[in-house]
Design a protein around this ligand. Structure first.
Ligand code: SAM
Length: 347
């Protein structure tokens, strides 16, 4: 094979792909060992200082640091180690928006499931969920059996949500909302950011009971007087009345077309005339060939989380909104991290 071909971007991407699982886990391990935080506070530390801080045996630490340097997250010069600019920006803090939470959540929950991809896709259902006790059909409904893991999951979810939330919060449509209904609002991270930006707004957050309890976490704490928590299964429990807008953020893509239409109908039924539904989710583009975040998400849904769903194209969301009876349907495309924002108005 000509060496010219091997240095092309496609070959380099293949090389990266082949080694990515090990490097990903090295980065997650460094995050778990708090190496990025240590080096942020102590830049230029030598090997011995990192060994003492982590307690990892010398040879094993040498191998780990080689992996993290090869992943371009650490730099080594004159015997000292520093975070790369990316690691310093994304991984060196414990704030709710730190990608360290996302790395650890994906390592603990998402990526172990991908080893079962062939089996799950052939079976046509999320067989990787068998690793979690219970008979509930989705990961979301099994996680409450394991509060510690559910905490890891929602920390990761909230951190990733915070990475993409500015494009949502700045949609001008929110400026005229007085009462939002945030369906599947998780630990209220999204609602908290909206309430901070729009002081006249209040929000009802609907999620499972164990998840609603997490709303007392850092982001939502300041706004609890403007947040009502409603709990239940959103397929079985009636949506609460009184909101003039309903938000589905990172919720509809989890489900099948039929389930999405069911949820949109429930939103339609509780909205007044002129009320709006907002969908914020991943959109696949370019003939379903582009977008690594959406591709990962669709595989995770099908192998583990729900056995269905994907990063649907914008046209699919628009079609479902029209099917349910919404009008003035619009999409803002190509938002951060492959997101789209879809709006429908109840006539
Ligand atoms: C992917 S998270 C999205 C969280 C939040 N909206 C965001 O954008 O960060 C999906 C949320 O839907 C909730 N959920 C999933 N199935 C549910 C159900 N059947 N009833 C109630 N909540 C559910 C999960 O607990 C989780 O908090």
């Amino acid at each position: 094979m000509p060496s010219q071909q091997k240095s092309s971007p496609e070959y380099q991407q293949f090389d990266f792909l082949m080694n990515a699982p090990a490097l990903f886990n090295a980065a997650a391990t460094a995050a778990e060992l708090r190496i990025f935080m240590f080096l942020s506070e102590n830049p230029g530390s030598d090997f011995e200082a990192i060994r003492q801080f982590t307690g990892v045996p010398s040879h094993q630490l040498r191998v780990l640091l080689q992996g993290v340097c090869a992943a371009s997250l650490l730099e080594r010069s004159e015997g000292g180690y520093r975070n790369s600019a990316v690691a310093e920006d994304l991984l060196a803090s414990e704030e709710p928006g730190s990608w360290a939470h996302t790395l650890i959540g994906w390592k603990e929950i998402y990526y172990p499931a991908f080893g079962q991809m062939t089996k799950a896709l052939k079976a046509g259902t999320n067989t990787a969920l068998d690793s979690y006790p219970g008979d509930e059909p989705t990961l979301y409904k099994r996680l409450p059996r394991n509060p510690e893991l559910e905490g890891v999951f929602h920390k990761a979810m909230a951190a990733f949500t915070l990475a993409s939330i500015n494009d949502l919060v700045e949609r001008e449509q929110f400026s005229t909302v007085t009462h939002l209904l945030d369906i599947g609002g998780g630990d209220s991270t999204t609602t908290a950011r909206l309430l901070e930006r729009y002081p006249h707004m209040r929000s009802t957050v609907f999620d499972q009971p164990s998840v609603s309890e997490l709303a007392h976490g850092k982001e939502a704490q300041k706004f609890l007087d403007r947040i009502d928590l409603v709990t239940g299964d959103f397929f079985d429990t009636p949506f609460p009345e009184g909101a003039d807008a309903v938000l589905f953020s990172h919720v509809l893509g989890i489900f099948s077309a039929e389930q999405i239409v069911t949820l949109l109908k429930k939103a339609y039924n509780v909205l007044p005339s002129g009320g709006r539904v907002f969908i914020y989710d991943y959109n696949v583009t370019e003939n379903e060939t582009k977008g690594i975040y959406g591709a990962r998400l669709g595989l995770y849904f099908n192998v583990l989380a729900s056995g269905t769903g994907m990063a649907y194209p914008a046209e699919d969301f628009e079609g479902w909104l029209a099917e349910v009876g919404f009008e003035n349907i619009s999409t803002v495309a190509e938002l951060d991290y492959e997101h789209g924002f879809h709006v429908g108005v109840k006539p």
